[in-house]
Write a protein that binds this ligand. Structure first.
Ligand code: HT7
Ligand code: ZN
Length: 849
């Protein structure tokens, strides 16, 4: 397949002033009439160009220019009208096509889910609805008429008129086609009013299936808080009379920011204490905010081309992370975000799928909705802000919104507003956008005559297609602690721009201990030889909450690495330090729960590989279990008291404080289960009145090889609830012992409720096996084969979800020759499959290198 290249960008030949669409909905034969008001684009020298429209899987019924019928010249990817058939000036193009939403299993374009029509157009789904220049820099006003025998008919913008069986919508804001949306179904609304700060009244509606109205309150509350926050923090107001959100069960990703009509995976909308865990509540809040924030960062200002995807995604993730921090706890949020960054983005960046935050080429853009574009894209903005300061950041953003409102912008535009606001030259900083890979930052220090010096050396490893790279600009936030634990130098941001650089602090009475990379001020791997007692000292005294946690984490990882490599036993440094933190009531329970979370197997495999070892999944698994057991033994006496002290009287509330207490309680319960045979967890499961406790207690039992009776009870209770049953499927696989993981998964794929065409269910079964590190890599590759078989089964129906999940194999170069051989064989088998999707072909090809 042909690669698309950033270097080949050209503006579109024409401009689209207005689009009028009429949908006559029918499951197997929906008719779509389109009228486009077009004119030659002066940026392409005016007229004389053929008109090329994208279109896939469309049955063309009629085509006319200025009312004159034309013979059609369509092919597999679109339609071309020769310049000779077009007038020199503005003209009207009319088409009519037929499509079959019922047979659309790819969930891209117009499709059906539970009898309801819905759309997904990002990135290139609109071309499956009608012939159109389906590219983000073509921005037009849309007017839409929907005809169908369903009670609720929705599209973008404001409602214009409606009657039985039809509705008309008008979106006054020019937008690219990827933001188009249409929904039709038997839906009920959970509604609320909102008044913007300048006094515009907005009707907010969350549309769900009848019966689900009672599970929308948290999403609505999150939406209202997001709207207020964007007004207060970024000065951004909402700009339509209505804001609609629709929940659908069959969805490839989390949610979609279509203008005025967000469409959500139902699992990120519906929540009640009985059905949603604290993590679910937090994710709902974050995703509702994320999609809402896109209204300005993505919709009002969109991307010129898909290479600029991080322009909207990195910035919107950055904004939703800020929001969640403001709503909850900045410390806890930052730790969780870094855990995620390392688990997903560092993993990607250190393997064959590594790519730049702004890539230079792609085959299938759907394969680039990645942790690098999203999460590293957000980190890059965090660094920019740290370098220029909060005030300059605010001024740069104001300029960005002012200057580019209504435009399709680029990373160059984005950096220019920072350069102009601050007078800084960001040419070197731009490497963060153009060069892939996670920098490795080595640190040493020395102390002499009251001067303390930090020496840094950065290494930017080769990645596919990028053998050599320049030094990055690294903001390194540092604080210094004196021997008694007092902070002798508060947080200072050092700006490293050279491959090697030293920074000196004078006038210190004694050798300090440096707290480096506070707040994880740059997305790098920090390599620093520190004695366990120094790490324990930082865990006890660091004033930066991220680094306080990081010190405990590093202590645990150093120990776990030694346990894996040399068979060492957990020593007192780590056990003493963790006991102190666990029982320290002055610390936030959520923070303590995070300190109790052991490094994951995959994290250890990544870390061991980076330090020159070949990770052995079985050895990591065994060592991690020994580590958990040692901790449980050490804390055993205090656990019942801790658990009792964290009981929450009164009804469930999803706020951060209560959630943090539950998190610590469940972390303690997991440890207690190691020593009481699961008695306390069994009682907790039986008495649970909310899903957090129910799933938490069940997990404790599964973790010690118990819980079969509880699993059966859970299934009997929740059989009818798809989102809850996803947890039931996933938990059994996540906690399966390595030698049983493939068999447990295979058995669950035979379960009558394993609806593999539903992406959530597919992910909760096949994705869960890929996430069980020791199980996935066990033995003779049974799990590799099972995952590959299912990817190949899903690929012809839903290439997007299948290709995304193929990243299960991206870490193969880390492992031993046998495993490498097995994974390579699996990837070669995938590549050799006839009729493989472009999505999967690109992924398997890149992974093989
Ligand atoms: N902008 C959206 C990304 C997206 C997507 C969402 C749902 C289904 C398919 C999709 N392809 C791309 C989601 C977001 O970042 O907010
Ligand atoms: Zn987004």
């Amino acid at each position: 397949a042909l690669a698309i290249r950033l270097a080949d960008y050209q503006p579109y030949t024409h401009l689209v002033d207005q689009v009028s669409l009429t949908f006559r909905l029918a499951p197997t034969a929906t008719r779509v009439k389109a009228r486009l008001d077009l004119r030659p684009n002066p940026a392409r020298g005016g007229g004389g160009h053929d008109l090329r429209l994208d279109g896939e899987g469309l049955r063309l019924l009629a085509l006319a220019v200025d009312g004159r019928a034309l013979a059609a010249r369509s092919d597999a990817t679109g339609l071309t009208i020769s310049a000779a058939d077009l007038p020199d000036g503005p003209f009207v193009l009319e088409t009519e096509v037929e499509i079959a939403p019922e047979g659309n299993t790819a969930l891209e374009g117009l499709y059906m889910s539970n009898g309801m029509y819905c759309t997904q157009c990002e990135a290139e789904g609109f071309r499956k609805i009608t012939f159109y220049p389906d590219r983000p820099d073509v921005m037009a006003r849309f007017r839409v008429r929907v005809e169908g025998d369903l009670p609720v008919l929705l599209s973008n913008g404001n409602p214009v008129a409606q009657g039985p069986g039809w509705a008309e919508w008008d979106d006054p804001w020019p937008k690219p086609a990827y933001l188009f949306a249409l929904v039709a179904g038997n839906l009920r609304a959970h509604s609320a009013p909102f008044r913007t700060k300048s006094g515009r009244d907005v009707a907010l509606n969350i549309w769900v299936r009848p019966g689900d109205e009672g599970r929308c309150a948290y999403a609505m509350d999150s939406l209202i808080r997001s709207m207020l926050w964007d007004e207060q923090v970024y000065g951004r107001e909402y700009d339509l009379d209505v804001f609609n959100i629709v929940a659908v069960d069959d969805f490839n990703m989390g949610a979609m920011e279509n203008k005025g009509l967000n469409i959500f995976n139902s699992k990120f909308v519906l929540a009640s204490p009985e059905t949603a865990t604290d993590d679910d509540f937090a994710r709902i809040e974050a995703i509702i905010a994320h999609e809402y924030f896109h209204n300005w960062t993505g919709n009002r200002i969109t991307c010129r081309d898909w290479f600029q995807l991080c322009l909207k995604e990195g910035l919107t993730v950055y904004r939703d992370q800020q929001f969640s921090g403001d709503m909850r706890s900045h410390a806890v949020k930052r730790i969780e975000d870094v855990l995620m960054l390392r688990a997903r983005q560092f993993r990607e960046d250190q393997g064959p799928l590594a790519h730049a935050v702004r890539p230079e080429s792609y085959v299938e853009i759907n394969n680039f909705y990645t942790a690098t574009i999203y999460e590293k894209g957000a980190e890059v903005i965090g660094m920019l802000r740290r370098l220029v300061g909060d005030d300059a950041y605010a001024r740069a953003l104001d300029l960005y919104f002012d200057r580019h409102d209504g435009e399709a912008a680029t990373i160059e535009d984005w950096l220019a507003v920072f350069e102009e606001t601050t007078g800084r030259d960001l040419a070197q900083f731009k490497r963060w956008y153009t060069e892939a890979g996670t920098p490795r930052l080595r640190m040493t220090d020395d102390f002499k005559d009251g001067s303390y010096t930090l020496h840094f050396e950065q290494e930017n490893p080769a990645t596919p297609g990028q053998p050599v790279k320049g030094a990055k600009v690294l903001p390194i936030a540092v604080g210094l602690l004196g021997p008694n634990g007092d902070e002798v130098v508060p947080t200072t941001v050092l700006e490293m721009t050279e491959p090697r650089q030293s920074f000196r602090f004078d006038g210190l009475p004694a050798r300090p201990l440096a707290s480096v990379l506070r707040g994880f001020s740059a997305p790098v791997v920090l390599i620093r030889d520190l004695r366990p007692e120094d790490r324990a000292f930082l865990l006890a005294h660091d004033t930066d909450p991220f680094n306080k946690w990081e010190a405990g984490r590093a202590l645990a990882k150093d120990l776990l690495a030694r346990m894996v490599v040399t068979g060492a036993q957990p020593g007192p440094d780590w056990l003493d330090a963790l006991e102190r933190v666990t029982l320290d009531d002055s610390l936030d329970p959520a923070f303590r729960a995070l300190c109790l979370r052991l490094p994951s197997d995959d994290d250890m495999a990544q870390t061991l590989h980076a330090s020159g070892h070949v990770p052995d999944p079985a050895a990591i698994y065994a060592a991690r279990r020994r580590m958990g057991a040692a901790l449980a033994q050490r804390l055993a006496a205090g656990l019942p008291g801790l658990i009792a002290s964290l009981a929450e009287p009164g009804p469930f509330t999803p706020d951060a404080r209560a959630a943090g207490r539950r998190a610590l309680r469940l972390a303690a319960l997991a440890l207690l289960s190691r020593v009481d045979g699961g008695a306390a967890a069994r009682a907790a499961f039986a008495g649970a009145d909310n899903m957090t406790e129910e799933v938490g207690a069940l997990s404790c039992l599964l973790d010690i090889g118990e819980g079969q009776a509880e699993l059966a009870r859970f299934e009997a209770r929740w059989r009818a609830d798809r989102n809850v049953m996803d947890k039931w499927f996933a938990l059994q696989i996540a906690y399966a012992a390595p030698e049983r993981a493939a068999d447990v998964t295979r058995a669950l794929t035979a379960h009558p409720d394993f609806d593999w065409k539903n992406p959530n269910r597919f992910r909760s079964v096949i994705g869960a096996l890929a996430g069980n590190h020791a199980g996935f890599h066990h033995g003779e590759g049974a799990s590799y084969a099972l995952v590959a078989d299912w990817l190949l089964r899903l690929d012809p129906l839903n290439p997007q979800t299948a290709a995304r999940m193929s990243t299960a194999f991206e870490t193969w170069p880390r492992y031993d020759a046998d495993r490498q051989g097995m994974v390579r064989a699996v990837l070669e088998r995938i590549l050799a499959t006839e009729g493989l999707s472009r999505d999967m072909r690109e992924m398997a090809g890149r992974m093989l290198g």
